[in-house]
Design a protein around this ligand. Sequence first.
Ligand SMILES: Nc1ncnc2c1ncn2[C@@H]1O[C@H](COP(=O)(O)OP(=O)(O)OP(=O)(O)O)[C@@H](O)[C@H]1O
Ligand SMILES: [Mg+2]
Length: 447
Amino acid sequence: MKKFFSTTLGHILIIISCSTVITFMVLCTLLFIPKGPPGPPWPWQTTYRISSIVNILREVEPAQQNAILQAAQRADGMKMRWVTQQPVSCTTQTFNTWDLARSLASELKGGNHIDVFSCNSQNPRQDIQVIINMGNGYLEVMVDNIGREPTRFTFPTFCAILFLLTGIAVMSIWAIGRIISPLRELSIKADAFSRDMTVIPVKEEGPLEIRRVAHTFNLMQERISSYMQSRSHMLAAISHDLRTPLTRMRLGIDTWPPEIAKEKLIKDIDLMTKLIGAALSFIRTGSDGEKPERLDLDALLTTLCDEYEDGGTCIQYIGTSTLELFCKPEAIQRAIVNLIENAAAHADQIAIYTRQAGDQIIIEIMDNGPGIPPDMLEKVKEPFFHLNSARNERKGNAGLGLSIVNEIVQLHGGVFELMNRNPHGLNARVTLPKSLHARTEYGHASS
Ligand SMILES: Nc1ncnc2c1ncn2[C@@H]1O[C@H](COP(=O)(O)OP(=O)(O)OP(=O)(O)O)[C@@H](O)[C@H]1O
Ligand SMILES: [Mg+2]
């Protein structure tokens, strides 16, 4: 519910409901403010008087008409006269004249032609002229509107409408501002990012959808930036690592005795092939078009451990048999193999643990090796980073294993952590969402 009211639709609903309630309250307050006793309602009182006189005039002899009119004059301020020619009529029509004309037409069923005009341009409530065609003459009535106005353009109605319009306008401006200003900031930051690739986070505020866009944009900035950094770092490192065997080969051609030159050259070419192979594998991580599918993690880890055990590695797997992961299976297998290879290279005992925590699956590859100095735990995830350059170069290790693992885990929306164990050894922990789609949920992304 709270989430719904933080959406744009929720904001709009709040605005409409608030302004409607406030307008209703203002209208009620204004309508019920005490204003003294109400006057007789216009135009009905006047209509009944005129129609009753007209009905009497229709029934009496012409000789008596004047006497009746005289009597009617005396009744109140209403002036009446009987004329044989159509009297000069005023021309203005107002709400008062329309009201009176309509009520007279409904009350006088005889089909007399009725005209109603206003003769006072200053005050439309006074000097209202009614001309009724009686067949043998015309009845002209001059009357004032002394009754209560029908509730049409009264002060409370007018105030309420004005208030509603102002309220809606102010709240709409506020709501649009809440949506437009973060979008404007987003477009400025996106433009800046596309120019110099500098990560400037966008403020995550406003309605839920806007916050989601800002959050996703911030994540995208970080990912693109780290992607660019790792690629440029890798390019620099591979150039550096290839230069060493190339220089050695160049010098060796002149100095190595011919009987060992071929063997040494083949060794260096193999080393370079391995480096380039590892670099290509790193570059292709995530862009290999592999389709996500269901993976039986338990079966995969059991098979891998069996294979390494057959190869003479001391490795054991302790896990749950019901672990299913929706992921890119080959990429996940590559990541796990890299971690096992590392552990096997530095330790003589390896244990793999798996467990489920909520909608996440945790895989831990633990060994009893020397571990990694604490200040290097993050650094080793960078491409081409070795703790011992000479040793790794000798082995032909590119120093890309952990960066590939990191990349694969991030692509799955997971977290890759390295922790030293007590008293010694390394724990490489991979936390993955059970479903690859879970990482698109707001606030669920790991990085
Ligand atoms: N289990 C471990 N125990 C101790 N040190 C480790 C362990 N795993 C990795 N390292 C250290 O981290 C460094 C980086 O590892 P990474 O896997 O990225 O590269 P690599 O194993 O040297 O080369 P590659 O995996 O590309 O063949 C290694 O040089 C190694 O010193
Ligand atoms: Mg490695």
